[in-house]
Write a protein that binds this ligand. Structure first.
Ligand code: CU
Length: 405
């Protein structure tokens, strides 16, 4: 064999080897078998028990069709900033939200739409209760600290919102968001320079715990939180790395620090891993270090969980608190805002991310199968976000004490 032929053969072998490796890699796909094989999970030092009841595992599995909502209702629903609601609109929204959670709490515990089961599904996906199908080694699935985080939570909040719509008999109901990243009041905008999206939308600081969720006589209340949400005029602290840190950081300290955290989280762009987190595929072990998550998940998302504390500190219990869903609507919005910032900020093109599939129960208790590749455009779900001084933190300078470890 001539030298050139040997070189050619090496190239062919190398190509087919890399191709073979490529064919072997596969996205995480959750099936009915995954749900049936659910085991006890383990998270935050505790064993969890959050598998779905058998009663919910039969019945059809229906594919989520992107744009179906859009075709039925061409007008996009608008998820608004809670701090910008006022007057009649605030009154109506408060009544609806409280009624929605009252009904959700009153559903039987084995109804997948009950608040109890909404927490169970997040717990199961987030505590290693689901194992990867069809491979040896009992490898588990996780939706935190990796690239599943943003799309999985987009889907979860979407189905949660559909359940509220069904319970309220109002298909136009939108789950408004806690605009925790926005510490700029209208009368303060000048001191922070120009705004990227121009003077439209709501300009009001949204960094206080939403009062709508703090009324202890209402269904939107949750008892197991730290004292922080109850302290008047205390902004959320997006730089919180330890839930036991002293609770008091008033606006003069918190606002510049929060802006730095936001700027750092959203500046990530050219490498999808930085914003979305590490990849997890079939055969990849569950990622435990929090720092494996993307920049938006790491800080500010994890810090808001720590700041609320109590149930919010663990994936096994965080979704018992109705504030979780408005908080995560804002995380979802920030992913959307990040894409609008441009400059190579695009989603991963890896087929093992795009092809990953999850199962959720919809508003009719039907299991729905949804792929990450079908959830990249919020308008396909029929909703959009109110512009609210988006990205006002992009002009913030970084300081060393908010940098990741
Ligand atoms: Cu979560």
């Amino acid at each position: 064999m001539k030298v050139q032929e040997v070189i050619l053969l090496i190239h062919v072998l190398a190509f087919s080897t890399s191709h073979w490796v490529c064919v072997q890699s596969a996205p995480i796909v959750i099936t009915r078998t995954t749900l049936r094989n659910c085991i006890s999970g383990f998270v935050a030092g505790e064993v969890t028990s959050c598998c779905p009841p058998d009663i919910n595992l039969n019945g059809p599995i229906v594919d989520f069709i992107p744009r179906r909502d859009r075709i039925r209702n061409p007008r996009l629903r608008v998820r608004k900033a809670l701090q910008c609601l006022s007057g009649h609109e605030l009154e109506t929204y408060t009544q609806k939200l409280q009624r929605g959670y009252k009904l959700m709490r009153a559903l039987p515990q084995d109804d997948p739409r009950s608040l109890f089961q909404q927490n169970q599904i997040h717990c199961a996906y987030g505590s290693g209760a689901f194992m990867q199908d069809g491979i040896p080694g009992n490898l588990t699935v996780d939706i935190h600290s990796n690239w599943h985080f943003l799309p999985w939570h987009r889907m979860f909040v979407y189905f949660h919102e559909k359940i509220l719509q069904k319970l309220l008999n109002d298909h136009k109901f939108s789950l408004h968001f806690w605009n925790f990243d926005n510490g700029v009041n209208a009368n303060e905008t000048d001191s922070y320079g120009e705004h990227r999206h121009g003077p439209r939308g709501c300009f009001k600081a949204g960094h206080f715990f939403p009062p709508l969720y703090n009324d202890n006589s209402s269904s939107t209340f949750h008892v197991n939180r730290s004292i922080r949400p109850f302290i008047p005029n205390l902004p959320v602290d997006l730089s919180l790395r330890n839930r036991n840190e002293p609770p008091l950081r008033f606006a003069d300290v918190a606002v510049p620090r929060n802006r730095e955290v936001m700027q750092r989280a959203m500046a990530a762009g050219t490498i999808p891993r930085d914003f979305f987190g590490i990849d997890i595929k079939v055969g990849t072990t569950r990622s435990i270090p929090l720092s494996d998550g993307g920049s938006l998940e790491f800080l500010p998302h994890n810090s808001v969980h720590r700041w609320i504390a109590g149930s919010s500190s663990s994936p096994a219990t965080a979704t018992k608190d109705p504030v979780f869903y408005t908080f995560h609507a804002n995380v979802d919005r920030l992913w959307h805002v990040w894409e609008k910032l441009g400059m190579n900020r695009t989603a991963p093109a890896d087929p093992d991310w795009l092809g990953a599939q999850f199962l959720f129960w919809d508003e009719n208790k039907v299991l729905r199968r949804i792929k990450i590749g079908d959830c990249l455009n919020i308008e396909d779900f029929g909703y959009t976000y109110e512009p609210v001084n988006d990205a006002n933190w992009m002009d913030s300078a970084n300081s060393p004490d908010t940098s990741p470890p």
